[in-house]
Design a protein around this ligand. Structure first.
Ligand SMILES: *[C@@H]1O[C@H](CO)[C@@H](O)[C@H](O)[C@H]1NC(C)=O
Ligand SMILES: *[C@@H]1O[C@H](CO)[C@@H](O)[C@H](O)[C@H]1NC(C)=O
Ligand SMILES: *[C@@H]1O[C@H](CO)[C@@H](O)[C@H](O)[C@H]1NC(C)=O
Ligand SMILES: *[C@@H]1O[C@H](CO)[C@@H](O)[C@H](O)[C@H]1NC(C)=O
Ligand SMILES: *[C@@H]1O[C@H](CO)[C@@H](O)[C@H](O)[C@H]1NC(C)=O
Length: 294
């Protein structure tokens, strides 16, 4: 029984390790944005148009910054909006057509590489994002995203803070996917550290990694997989040993039972041994003292 529990526990552990290692990089930008929207709607009813509000994130997200603003769609179309590093020019059409809209601006800060992944490149700036929502009623953000249709000048994102390790590294603009945090497309910078955006989404600057650091990262990954493989192999071995021990025990038990049941040459079940004497079971029962109920 003890062994049985142990065995179940180990199997559970093993399965959960396997499961977690398959989920190492969960991507949940959409669920993060969902919770941001809920948070804003809870904190700010009837926001003042044109005023930027900070969104207070839970403490386990320290490092991510998010702000939101409500706008009249007509004013957005006529004037555009400048905010932080975003320069949104006039004549961008937000669809579907509504009277009011809200824009969520995000700076992923040190969480950038947690949510986004650009293989063979190094991010030299945080990931910045902006998403437009309809904003019709009391709620700051409706559950409806808007598409920004850009026919004329594109949106410019001016990255102020860039970590360039080597002087001759020219960063490249990259648009990242909301679904899996991967790459949607590359584009060269038009001005120093400025990226053109032809729609809402998440953007950053990257530089290609050198051959050297590619090899280094590969060997690091190799080591990591080696360790994971070792752990899985070890746990597998422990389980195997436990199974074997249990099988051997069960076999032994069966053997003993068989020996007890029919020693030597197939004795009938109703005999057993006391010392050298073979006794028929029936006679034993008969000679047993009768217990009296008082
Ligand atoms: C919003 O947060 C920024 C820092 O991220 C801070 O400088 C600013 O004062 C905050 N604004 C409000 C209204 O709290
Ligand atoms: C932060 O905490 C919330 C619960 O308060 C949880 O749902 C979420 O997954 C946590 N996120 C991270 C990145 O730890
Ligand atoms: C935004 O900044 C640009 C210059 O970078 C300027 O031409 C434009 O008028 C500004 N728009 C608003 C709404 O302030
Ligand atoms: C980002 O930095 C903050 C402290 O500034 C820290 O609490 C947080 O854990 C960091 N996040 C990540 C993903 O490293
Ligand atoms: C990264 O670069 C290496 C060679 O430098 C190449 O073999 C590999 O396919 C690249 N990975 C991706 C995801 O492009």
């Amino acid at each position: 029984m003890e062994h049985h529990k142990w065995w179940q526990l180990t199997t559970l552990l093993f399965v959960s390790i396997m499961f977690q290692s398959s989920l190492v990089k969960t991507n949940d930008i959409e669920s993060l944005e969902d919770s941001l929207c809920k948070q804003v709607n809870k904190e700010r009813e009837n926001p003042i148009t044109g005023l930027f509000y900070n969104i207070s994130l839970p403490s386990n997200y320290t490092g991510i910054k998010a702000r939101v603003v409500r706008l009249r769609t007509s004013s957005f179309y006529q004037r555009g909006i400048n905010y932080s590093l975003f320069n949104i020019p006039p004549h961008i059409v937000p669809l579907p057509n509504r009277k009011r809209m809200a824009i969520l601006f995000e700076n992923f800060g040190n969480w950038s590489s947690h949510y986004f992944n650009v293989p063979n490149y190094t991010m030299v700036a945080p990931v910045f994002g902006f998403v437009a929502y309809t904003s019709s009623g009391n709620d700051f953000l409706d559950n409806e995203k808007m598409n920004l249709v850009i026919k004329g000048k594109p949106i410019l994102i001016n990255f102020h803070y860039v970590r360039v390790q080597e002087k001759n590294d020219t960063p490249i603009c990259v648009k990242l996917s909301d679904n899996d945090g991967g790459i949607l497309g590359f584009r060269s910078m038009t001005k120093d550290y400025a990226c053109e955006a032809y729609g809402s989404g998440h953007y950053t600057l990257v530089v290609p990694i050198s051959e050297e650091s590619y090899i280094k990262s590969q060997s690091k990954r190799f080591t990591q997989w080696w360790i994971v493989g070792f752990v899985i192999g070890f746990v597998g071995l422990v389980i195997l040993v436990l199974i074997l021990v249990n099988l051997v025990k069960a076999a032994k038990r069966k053997k003993i039972k068989n020996l007890e049941n029919n020693s030597e040459n197939g004795e009938p079940f109703d005999t057993f041994w006391i010392g050298d004497t073979k006794l028929p079971l029936a006679s034993m029962i008969r000679t047993q003292p009768v217990l009296e109920n008082d």
